[in-house]
Design a binder for this molecule. Structure first.
Ligand SMILES: *Cc1c(COP(=O)(O)O)cnc(C)c1O
Length: 404
């Protein structure tokens, strides 16, 4: 029997989430963003769920080819554009649209021999300061592109830095709009957070939004967690990382668990050992939390650390959330390379033991959901990172059942 860990992709949930994107897009066309191997889901599996999109946006030319091989004949956009001049040959051959974010890419186009003129997305830097032409050079870049026989259609785009947060997007929209207002062409501005949080203002506001770029929301993670969770946005988990309990242990008060004795039992408890560790992509720091200062040391400390040379009492680790047989529990102790420990002491887990299902994130057999966002928060990161980091040794396959 293979080691019981697996990642299951839910195509029906991808399709559902794409519908959420569409509902917020107010008639704009929707790019399904499938960069990073579809946020770790695999291009082929993601394509199954997201083929209702109007186009696919990604970075990697090999992934763009894979989409064409899968039979997708609609729009494909390279979000970072070409990396070297000969990439343009593939764009010509496979009819890939590409972002132009700096002037060398215009030089390459000007030198490119093609029968088939290209559609390009001219990217303006409106404050993110990652990719894009500065405000002052956007219009001259547009004029250069417009004069090239290699280009037949120019669209305009920019990217928001704070769509998920307090600063918002209005300042970037104002700059983008004042720079480009009279330039013809379609516009693409919104990522998931902008779409969900500002869909109404971006649609009704100063700037036309012809294409939205739906990434993380398609994969069931709330871009503005914990302010809002995926339930709030009506999103379903698209990936379940699951394994099984392979051993159990009984602990007496004072017994410790795992490397560094980082967890110490305060009472008798039963724990399970699950076949999942950081070599599977599960975050090593999940649930380790920052030790919290409780008091100067009096009596028997739970964990002792040094602060300014003096021993201080700190609280237990919090643990990260997990589902065991569809019931919530937490990890205990440090995550090791291939295993982690779970608390099985709750009365609801009395009959759980060897062979029990352990869901690290996603949907349990009984329908219970543990969002990837909750786990990410327990590891001081974001759902994006966890889903992209599932390790190659974890078998991944599509769920054939309909979504719940
Ligand atoms: C990744 C990316 C997106 C999608 O962002 P999400 O937050 O996942 O929706 C949109 N636009 C660009 C340029 C990106 O690189």
């Amino acid at each position: 029997m293979p080691r019981p860990i697996e990642a299951v992709v839910h195509p029906a949930a991808l399709a559902h989430n794409l519908g959420v994107a569409r509902a917020h897009a107010q008639g704009a066309r929707v790019w399904a963003v499938v960069k990073a191997n579809a946020y770790g889901h695999g291009i082929e599996r993601a394509f199954e769920g997201l083929r209702g999109a109007d186009g696919f946006a990604l970075l990697d030319l090999a992934e763009a080819s894979a989409l064409r091989t899968l039979g997708w004949r609609g729009p494909v956009l390279l979000l970072e554009g070409c990396f070297e001049p000969r990439d343009l040959e593939l764009c010509s051959r496979l009819n890939l649209w590409h972002v132009v974010h700096q002037s060398e890419q215009i030089d390459w186009l000007a030198a490119h021999k093609t029968q088939q003129p290209h559609r390009v997305f001219l990217k303006m830097n409106s404050g993110m300061n990652r990719l894009g032409f500065a405000t002052a050079s956007t219009r001259s870049a547009y004029a250069r592109l417009a004069a090239l026989p290699q280009v037949d259609e120019i669209s305009l785009m920019t990217h928001f830095s704070d769509a998920d947060g307090a600063r918002g997007i209005a300042h970037q929209i104002a700059l983008f709009d004042s720079t480009t207002a009279d330039l013809p062409g379609e516009r693409s501005l919104s990522n998931s957070a902008a779409l969900l949080r500002h869909g109404a203002d971006a649609g009704a506001g100063a700037v036309r939004n012809d294409w939205v770029r739906a990434g993380i929301l398609s994969y069931g993670s709330a871009p503005d967690y914990p302010e809002h969770d995926s339930l709030h946005w009506g999103l379903q988990p698209t990936m379940t990382l699951r394994t099984r309990v392979i051993a159990t242990q009984m602990l007496q008060p004072g017994d410790t668990v795992g490397y560094g004795s980082a967890y110490r039992a305060e009472r008798s408890m039963r724990i399970g050992i699950a076949a999942c560790g950081y070599a599977d992509g599960y975050p090593r720091h999940a649930g380790s939390g920052a030790p919290v200062l409780v008091a100067q040391q009096h009596g028997a400390p739970v964990l002792v650390t040094q602060q300014h040379g003096a021993p201080v009492l700190v609280t237990q680790q919090h643990g990260a959330p997990v589902l065991v047989d569809g019931q919530r529990s937490t990890t205990v102790g440090r995550v090791s390379m291939d295993m982690l420990a779970l608390d099985l002491s709750a009365p609801a887990l009395m009959s759980s033991g060897i062979g029990s299902e352990v869901v690290l994130w996603g949907r349990a057999a009984n329908g219970a959901v543990l969002t990837i966002d909750e786990v990410a928060r327990a590891a001081a990161t974001i759902g994006y990172e966890l889903m992209c980091a599932v390790a190659p040794r974890v078998p991944i396959h599509a769920d054939t059942a309909a979504s719940a």
